[in-house]
Design a binder for this molecule. Sequence first.
Ligand code: 5GP
Length: 189
Amino acid sequence: MKLLEDKIKKDGLAVNEHILKVDSFINHQIDPMLMQEMGKDIAEHFKDRGITKIATIESSGIAPALMTAVAMDIPLIILKKQPSKILNQDLYQTVVTSFTKETNYELTLSKKYISDNDHVLIVDDFLANGEAATAALRLLRMSHATIAGFAVLIEKSFQPGREKLLSQGIEVYALARIAKMAENYIEFV
Ligand code: 5GP
């Protein structure tokens, strides 16, 4: 998506060859019009596929996921992070390794909000190693819901996330794909 690539070139900050900061328009401050356009783009790509719900991982996936849910007029479910395992039979739970924080956390989903009748599109801000996305898939599959695909604003294509999802039969739709980064340098696929 040209709009997002232009914004990344203008306001994104490549900290080093691995980390891109987009705090001024995605992660900390949000550009609402850009976010809305990105939600519409994802909704258009996945239209007419019988999708019943959008799912995302809290917290930076919520903005793009909500905009997609608005454009598709379907509910958004937020997979919630908890620091440690709590025993609760009303929840599906799985462990995730965090890329940015280098810690483990528990991802949870209430059984109330998902069923085997659901066909779910997962939306997130970044795809890097695919750990968060894989955990989301694991969690959603516990409910026997089916997965329509994974949509992401920014894919770092030099990391293995895309391959990891494709190898599990999941379609990946990325609005911007970064081939290479270095300090203050960004190259798109
Ligand atoms: P993964 O599990 O694919 O390795 O990482 C996914 C999560 O890590 C994303 O949802 C995002 O929150 C965070 N993340 C990964 N790479 C970056 C990055 O370069 N910049 C920012 N801001 N977040 C990232």
